[in-house]
Design a protein around this ligand. Sequence first.
Ligand code: UT7
Length: 335
Amino acid sequence: MTSARTAPAAVLCGLGAVLPPRAVANEALCAELDTTDQWIRTRTGIRERRIADPSVSTADLAAAAAATALESSGSRDVHAVVLATTTPDHLMPATAPAVAARLGLTDTAAFDVAAVCTGFVYALATAAGLIHAGTARRVLVVGADRMSRLPAADDRTTRPLFADGAGAVVLRSGDTNEPGALGPVVLGSDGTRRDLLVVPHGGHMHMQGPDLFRHAVDRMCSVTRQAVQLAGWRLEDVDRIVPHQANARITAAVGRHLAIGADRLVQHIETVGNTGAASIPLALAQASADGTLLHRHRVCLTAFGAGLTWGATSVIWPDLKPAAHPHHDTAMERP
Ligand code: UT7
């Protein structure tokens, strides 16, 4: 008789993030756009956002965040690098091999995942699949974006929202019952509504904000319910929801619909803005550093983005070592 072999789980064992040091307050945007601090604050929840200098690439941000995640995982050894980004440095090749090379990984699988603001959850699912299949035992998953490059300079609808940053996690092969083991991932897309948020070739971002807002709330609610149910939890068991940070009113509406109070919703948009695929790992790094996320908390990650795309997963928060020293000498700081 042969014993049943179950696929290894993907276990979160490292976490890091970086933000560009330059904070741009709403007041600074008012000098360039027909807007007010009060409008931006009340409609989006954003007070300031971090904007990288023009010379800083997505690979710069990604490599800096990845280095801190590797450090926190206790090993620099990984077998694949999966980078979620909407702002690759080139049309080709992908940005992930450059990030891997910056980390000294010149013999390692590396590729980009494009699912806009849902990119990090898609990348987690992809990395977990590599681990389940036995293709890789340790995978670096990075979400990095220079979203501030996409809006037109005079677009008051999109410029106040989008910002820059990067976050990363390390997943290792392990056991389903360990803290840090990713639960089932739920992913979805609806390309019939791709018109709601689009950057045409060679052009600037166009967004139909109010429609996108409604889809974001609906999809994040339904995908969160599905991921929580597949984890075998009830919504009332969830200690923290870490949503993609698109708009503080979207997060609040998701909380209202799911009857999850503000104390269980992780929010950082006020000082960070919408950083695309970086938003969830950045929120995780901040919440882990400030004690909002605690060992054994039941955590649900949920995202929505252009595409349309959406996704969610669950994790019992592991006992992570904080990264001790940044491995980068660029002008970036940890959140
Ligand atoms: O990352 C995932 C994808 N992104 C999202 O999911 C974003 C979803 N959408 C949103 O966050 C919101 O729709 C926005 C923040 C973009 C806009 O907020 P809103 O409450 O939906 O405002 P609105 O688009 O309905 O606009 C209301 C008014 C309009 O003026 P009128 O037509 O009422 O005279 C806009 O022209 O506000 C005006 N407006 C502004 N006024 C001052 C739009 N942008 C600005 C601005 N400053 N920056």
